[in-house]
Structure formats: C-alpha cells, structure tokens
Design a binder for this molecule. Sequence first.
Ligand SMILES: [Zn+2]
Length: 133
Amino acid sequence: MSPETLDSTALALLSLRCPRCHQGSLFSYSALNISKFALMPEKCPDCGQTFEPEPGFYFGSMYITFAFNVATVLVIGVLLYYLFNNPDTWVYVVVVTVVTLLSTPLILRYSRALMLYLFGGAQYNANWRTHRR
Ligand SMILES: [Zn+2]
C-alpha cells in the first residue's frame, strides 16, 4: 500500500502512481534495479485498475521514449556547445552515450506512464472505493 493519495494528476504521473486512484505504484521495483526496473504489476495493487489495457499497449511508448531521447541529445548538445565552448566530437559522443544509458530506466518508466495516462482510458476517481467501474 502507498502512503497518501495525490489529488493532482500531474503529481501522480511524476511519482508514477496509478492513473485511477493515484495511490498504487505503476512499477514493482526501483528504477535502480537494473534487471527489473521495467516490470509493472498487471493491475493496480490498490484499486485493481488494469495497467495493460490491451496486449502490446506499451509498444506505442517507444515513440515517447524516442522523443525523450532526442530531447536529451539536443539539450546535451546545446549545453556542451555553449558551456564548454564546442568541445571535440568524441566528447559529445561520450557524454550523450553515458547520459542516455543512465537515464534509460527513468525515460522508459515515464514513457510508459505517459502512455497509460494519455491512452489508457482511466480517469482519476477520488471515490474509487465506493464507485466501481
Ligand atoms: Zn489504482
């Protein structure tokens, strides 16, 4: 069980909670767990909302992941160019590679969460205990 309910959908998304009850965690393990960071329970442990509305639902999150990664490359490129006075090309390659690898668990989790919040069909319901779907 999770601590307290978040009324804000944005905060629930940022803290990777269930889109319906804003309590249950979307992921079973920590983002630091290298082999299991992507594992999600089938349903919300608190309200029972399904986390996989249809088979292959999260294939679409690839596009969101791609957008996050492109944004990462652009931001790093601009920062290196202006803050470090346009270093050699290998510096760009090394920094982008390291940052992309390190941010993969976070980007994957937020891509899936965005996918579920945008297209999962679940609405926040503060009274989910008394109102069944
Ligand atoms: Zn829930």
